[in-house]
Design a protein around this ligand. Structure first.
Ligand SMILES: C[S@@+](CC[C@H](N)C(=O)[O-])C[C@H]1O[C@@H](n2cnc3c(N)ncnc32)[C@H](O)[C@@H]1O
Length: 441
């Protein structure tokens, strides 16, 4: 596609995404279905530009104010420039700018001059909102929580970077070393992730669909943080286990593999549509112990019948998703502060209902991919205070038993900082995750 047409195509897509009526990934997917003529490279560029604009929306809007022409076109130009910069940095971390020839060929003289002025703006001269690109309410909450401007700055910077591509080796089908070699034979370079024993981090963003290790189910795409949540549940062969908010089953598959395909693993969710997404992954995984069940709500009769029967229950609760801003940057503009209190009430209700499933001596894990204390520590502490027959279990000890390296770096809270799992993009290169664990007395 000619550079002029590409800028126009980016501007068209941005105009749809920036209404924020629907999640960005849904808008992009619909746009691609409608625009069948777009080739794979053009689709990749359009998606990259959309996400670059969503990540740095406050900065790019500020820079766009000085330009001329339609706003979406100015944002598309700045987004394309940002993507070229990212690509240049990926090839050479010392690089500051990508090449501008291709982009400049799409611009008129005024636009070229304006882009050169934008390129000349120095990061250190930016006001905090333009540097951090977070809505004010969220910046305030995260600053308060981290209690340190340098830590907050590092987090904000990490949230502006695209997430790495992590794989989980399916222990039913392969071992980490073996999968690494098999992927290398398909020219996919990976290295072991630092914390999860099943994790491989991929260099770059290669297409995986036709890679034999992926097609055979030997590896699945899963963030290292997500893998650690399944590890914490530590489900064993032959047990009765429930993944209460299973969605498309990312964690279900990891849990099923730790059970070596034995026992019974219920995958509950209120969304039958999301559970549908589990089916093709289940087929690849080789697991036969997973039972997906669509429920009406957390107090569904089918849940009540299983009360006190589960060895382990994972509650991967619906949350703001603010720990996933590297891959879902639209969330920072779509999630409203008022929604957090509603989510916290839903999380408390789901946690209390799912706890009934746990048998005496069984384990309960509450997890979110939110960074906010209101959805995390506050929900866990209120549960501990109200449910005296659930004994809080410090996560640091569990991680050490599971031989996770650097376990003491992954936790916070409690008298010694070991109570909860707390993963941060800027410290652990994972999405932001929280987990609390209890044992039923
Ligand atoms: C964080 S997502 C789950 C992600 C999934 N565990 C994974 O690893 O891919 C939260 C899920 O909770 C589900 N959910 C929302 N309300 C629920 C409820 N009352 N009971 C059970 N699941 C619920 C949503 O449909 C969503 O799929």
């Amino acid at each position: 596609m000619h550079s002029k047409a590409l800028v126009d195509a980016c501007a068209t897509l941005l105009a749809q995404v920036l209404t924020f009526e629907h999640p960005a990934d849904a808008v992009v997917a619909r746009h691609f279905r409608e625009q069948r003529q777009l080739g794979p490279r053009e689709r990749a560029t359009l998606a990259d530009v959309t996400y670059a604009v969503l990540r740095r929306k406050l900065l790019l809007e500020q820079l766009a104010r000085s330009g001329s022409g339609p706003r979406e076109r100015r944002l598309a130009i700045l987004g394309l420039a940002a993507v070229q910069d990212e690509q240049a940095r990926a090839a050479d971390p010392a690089a500051t700018r990508g090449p501008r020839d291709f982009l400049n060929s799409a611009l008129n003289d005024t636009e070229r001059q304006w882009l050169a002025q934008c390129d000349a703006v120095r990061a250190e001269d930016l006001l905090a909102p333009h540097r951090y690109n977070l809505p004010e309410w969220l910046a305030t909450a995260l600053r308060e929580q981290l209690g340190d401007e340098a830590q907050f700055g590092a987090l904000a910077e990490a949230l502006l970077q695209p997430a790495p591509l992590d794989l989980r080796v399916n222990v039913m089908k392969s071992k980490r070393d073996q999968a690494l070699k098999e992927l290398a034979q398909a020219a996919i370079k990976t290295e072991a992730t630092p914390y999860s024993p099943w994790g491989l981090r991929v260099a770059g963003k290669p297409a995986l669909a036709r890679v034999p290790a992926f097609a055979s189910g030997a590896v699945e795409i899963q963030d290292e943080g997500s893998q650690l949540l399944a590890l914490l549940l530590d489900a064993k062969r032959g047990e009765m286990v429930a993944d209460f908010c299973a969605g498309a089953g990312g964690k279900t598959l990891a849990i099923g593999a730790t059970m070596r395909g034995t026992g019974r693993l219920y995958a509950f969710d209120v969304s039958a549509h999301r559970l549908e997404g589990l089916k093709p992954r289940l087929a690849r995984s080789g697991l036969s112990n997973v039972h997906p069940v669509a429920i009406a709500h957390e107090r569904d009769e089918r849940i009540k019948r299983l009360a006190g029967k589960m060895d382990r229950v994972l509650v991967d609760a619906p949350c703001s998703g603010l720990g996933t801003l590297r891959r879902s940057p639209h969330l920072k503009w779509r999630v409203k502060p008022q929604a957090i209190a509603e989510l916290a009430a839903l999380q408390a209700s789901i946690l209390a209902s799912s706890a009934r499933l746990v048998k005496p001596g069984g384990r309960l894990v509450y997890a979110t991919c939110s960074l906010l204390a209101e959805e995390n520590e506050a929900v866990a502490e209120a549960f501990s205070a109200a449910q005296r027959d659930f004994e809080p279990v410090p996560v640091a000890g569990l991680l050490a038993q599971l031989k996770v390296e650097g376990a003491d770096q992954l936790t916070s809270g409690g008298a010694d900082g070991g109570q909860f799992l707390r993963l941060w993009p800027h410290r652990h290169q994972t999405d932001g995750f929280f987990a609390a664990v209890w044992q039923r007395r």
